[in-house]
Design a protein around this ligand. Structure first.
Ligand code: AP5
Length: 215
């Protein structure tokens, strides 16, 4: 099963993707995580995208489509991809369709996670992440059991993202409404869109994701 998690910054895409990886053994393909990894390892591309990401602007279609194509080649066919934060433009959506088709695969569902803008601000400004395994936490709604230590892998490398501030978030939201929200109509017209309420406890949202996937 291949799915897209679609929604604005802070909608909970990464949180739900991690759960699907753990519970179903699917493979999460997050372009945000890939770009952050390129920054951390100091590649030429990582340097090129660094300021763009900090501002909250979109990286070029060419770069992110290349990253996704590379990862789809690495993982075995049929493992089940969760596209998290990709596609974000109509050009990326067309490219994804072509990549899946070239591998004889298809898209099973696009889950749009709806969360109002006020909630997004508090989610983003309270977020921190494990730099080892990518587990996502929040100052109020999802604290690690032991302060400063990742529940998942035990690492003490819990960090905050440089783009998780109100200025970048405003830009990210603007980009979402301008460039990414047209994908809602695009996938609706293809009969692949499932809409869920992304507000509520993480487990409640997880149950809605499962419902959208037909379980
Ligand atoms: P990316 O990393 O994709 O960021 P994003 O889309 O802005 O999404 P986030 O990771 O911020 O939010 P999320 O929905 O995953 O929420 P999360 O689960 O963490 O992209 C970063 C940048 O990279 C972009 O700005 C761009 O520059 C570039 N980029 C990436 N992909 C690109 C592409 N395809 N094209 C071009 N450029 C691209 O949850 C957020 C917080 O809320 C957490 O603290 C979590 O614990 C909490 N939370 C989650 N669910 C709930 C809940 N139900 N109730 C309460 N709290 C919750």
């Amino acid at each position: 099963m291949n799915i897209i998690l679609l929604g604005p910054p802070g909608a909970g895409k990464g949180t739900q993707a991690h759960r699907l990886v753990t519970e179903r053994g699917m493979v999460q393909l997050s372009t945000g995580d890939m770009l952050r990894a390129a920054r951390t390892s100091g590649t030429e591309m990582g340097k090129q995208v660094s300021a763009v990401m900090d501002r909250g602007d979109l990286v070029t279609d060419e770069i992110v489509i290349g990253l996704i194509a590379e990862q789809m080649d690495i993982h075995p066919a049929g493992c089940g991809f969760i596209f998290d934060g990709f596609p974000r433009t109509l050009a990326q959506a067309d490219a994804l369709g072509g990549l899946l088709e070239s591998k004889g695969q298809s898209l099973d569902a696009v889950i749009e996670m709806k969360v109002d803008d006020e909630a997004l601000v508090s989610r983003i400004t309270g977020r921190f992440t494990c730099s080892e395994c990518g587990a996502v936490y929040h100052d109020v709604t999802k604290k690690p059991t032991t302060d400063g230590e990742c529940d998942n892998c035990g690492s003490r490398g819990l960090t905050r993202r440089p783009d998780d501030n109100e200025d970048s978030l405003r830009t990210r939201l603007m980009n979402y409404y301008r460039d990414t929200s047209p994908l809602i109509g695009y996938y609706y017209a293809k009969g692949q869109l499932k809409r869920i309420d992304g507000l509520g406890e993480i487990d409640e949202v997880a149950a809605r994701v499962n419902g959208a996937l037909g379980e």
